[in-house]
Design a protein around this ligand. Structure first.
Ligand SMILES: Cc1cc2nc3c(=O)[nH]c(=O)nc-3n(C[C@H](O)[C@H](O)[C@H](O)COP(=O)(O)OP(=O)(O)OC[C@H]3O[C@@H](n4cnc5c(N)ncnc54)[C@H](O)[C@@H]3O)c2cc1C
Length: 498
């Protein structure tokens, strides 16, 4: 068997490099000319990419949401839901989503398309950092997210629209170390009472027979979908939910700074953009990798580190080479899934005849560990370029893992980058904006909230984190006390005093 083209067992080194102090500058605003991802090409949905980028700018809103990815738009969705039953207000609550580039053009529009809740993965890490109850919640929020997203899609007849495929996830275990670590997490989660009856362990031979890769594996429930289409569904549900809540959207409207409004003003905050200033009472930072641009103390390993990921779209030799499942390997550093059928492929512009006979299209991401001696792509916030070193290992990866199913010299059909927001604990920051170096920051940033830093694993968490933070904003507006839901990990909170 040929050797895998990526270094293996590098998670510990990844963490050590992450935690090093940095001399890198804080992230800029998202660059204007990002590479084009598979998802951003022809999504054909409402709102279109440049919606609200010209014409009059909304000048005043109760809530400004910065960022139109899954976090920002989910927050709008949850606010709409929360206020839809509120008959006490004389005026509708107003929100505006401000997006630096095109609609959903950040990490959500550039990722691998997975929506998979971890079944047991990382359980011991969370238990060691935060205790068993929090570790259980750390997995519960993911199952909750996956179930809620599916419920919403089903109730609104959008399952097919977003290409939702519940094909499961195959976790390939390339090394004995990976195998033992997975087994230890599985045992610990099971002992803590987590139901793992839907998790299947497969031997090397079973995996070879079923999938054509000669490694042991674990199969867990998992889904893939078209993330931008999901976000557009949520936006439309938010916009049309109720007369009690209005949401508008301005793309190509970066927030360049935030300042306190004049004491006489009716709103607390002024948001500066190149198109003018917007006044609001509440601000939600849903800017993920770019958080430190507006909140400078979030720069560095104690905050959120922009980390560039890379993805290629490549064809297998046959139309059904990998079936329906999504895959990960090498401790999750590589992830890939097959697009399902000619119908789906046709939406990307390919002719029907060609799609039926040509090889299955696979989206494969990862390869950052090829740059481990140059920093794993940490502090790289420029998604207008690809890293050739990463691209080279991605091109060699699938032919080695699945011998005979891919040609080494197959043309890559698309290649793009996107920027993730990594944190030291791997857990996001959710709640009021707090500067830990400033004891007065709670008062200074009153009305500002954040939900960001999902460490490359936001699809099964951001929707629910946005629900939590939207609940906090609503509770503040209605002078109630916010109670964390049973599924919410309280260690995500920026302060326990919410
Ligand atoms: C290559 C890649 C692969 C990934 N693979 C997976 C995976 O397999 N599974 C998984 O769960 N997750 C994965 N992720 C991570 C996942 O995509 C993210 O965690 C999630 O999309 C974060 O959503 P978000 O809305 O918080 O951030 P984003 O989608 O990045 O949205 C933030 C938005 O804020 C905008 N913005 C930033 N600053 C400003 C400003 N000052 N003014 C106005 N707008 C601003 C940005 O333009 C952006 O659109 C991957 C990410 C990448 C890039």
């Amino acid at each position: 068997m040929s050797e895998l083209p990526v270094p293996l067992n590098v998670r510990a080194e990844h963490q050590v490099v992450f935690e090093r102090p940095t001399s890198a500058p804080p992230p800029t605003l998202p660059v204007a000319n990002g590479t084009q991802s598979f998802w951003l090409r022809n999504p054909n949905v409402f709102p279109p990419p440049t919606y609200g980028s010209d014409g009059p700018l909304t000048r005043d809103a109760d809530i400004c949401i910065i960022g139109s990815g899954i976090t920002g738009v989910s927050a709008a969705y949850h606010l709409a839901q929360a206020f839809s039953h509120d008959q006490t207000r004389s005026q509708p609550v107003s929100a505006v989503v401000l997006e630096a580039r095109e609609f959903c053009s950040g990490a959500t529009g550039r990722n691998g398309g997975h929506l998979t809740a971890y079944a047991y993965n990382g359980f011991r890490w969370l238990r060691q950092l935060y205790g068993e109850d929090e570790a259980v919640r750390g997995l519960a929020i993911e199952r909750y997210t996956a179930a809620e997203v599916f419920r919403i899609l089903k109730e609104n007849a959008k399952v097919e629209h977003v290409d939702f495929v519940p094909g499961g996830r195959v976790i390939l275990l390339f090394t004995a170390q990976e195998h033992d670590s997975a087994r230890a997490d599985y045992d610990a989660a099971k002992e803590a009472g987590i139901d793992l009856s839907d998790v299947e362990w497969l031997s090397r031979e079973e995996v070879k027979a079923r999938f054509g890769a000669a490694y042991p594996a674990v199969v867990i429930p998992g889904n893939n979908l078209w993330p931008l289409k999901l976000v557009s569904v949520l936006y439309n549900l938010a916009a049309n939910a109720t007369d009690n809540f209005n949401v508008s959207l301005h793309t190509r409207t970066p927030v360049t700074s935030i300042s306190a409004s004049e004491p006489s003003a009716s709103r607390r905050w002024s948001l500066q953009t190149p198109r003018g200033t917007i006044q609001c009472s509440y601000v939600l930072h849903a800017t993920n990798a770019y958080t430190a641009h507006l909140l400078p103390w979030m720069h560095g390993p104690d905050g959120i580190v922009p980390t560039r990921g890379q993805v290629i779209a490549v064809r297998a030799n046959t139309p059904d080479a990998l079936g329906r499942a999504g895959f990960v390997g090498n401790d999750g550093l590589e992830y890939w899934f097959p697009r399902q059928n000619p119908e789906l492929t046709r939406q990307t512009g390919e002719s029907a005849a060609n799609a039926t006979t040509s090889g299955q299209l696979i989206l494969l991401g990862g390869g950052r560990e090829a740059t481990k001696d140059r920093g794993f792509e940490f502090y790289q916030a420029d998604d207008s370029e690809v890293n050739p070193e990463v691209g080279a290992v991605l091109r060699r990866f699938l032919p080695v893992v699945f011998p005979g199913k891919f040609d080494e010299d197959s043309e890559v059909e698309m290649e793009w980058t996107g920027v993730m927001g990594y944190t030291k604990s791997h857990e996001p920051f959710v709640g009021p904006v707090i500067d830990p170096h400033d004891p007065d920051s709670r008062r200074k940033y009153e009305g500002q909230y954040i939900s960001a830093g999902y460490t490359g694993h936001g699809m099964p968490r951001a929707f629910a984190c946005a629900e939590a933070v939207a609940g906090m904003i609503r509770a503040d507006m209605t002078r109630e006390r916010w109670q964390p839901p049973q599924w919410f990990p309280t260690h995500y909170l920026t302060t326990q005093d919410v």
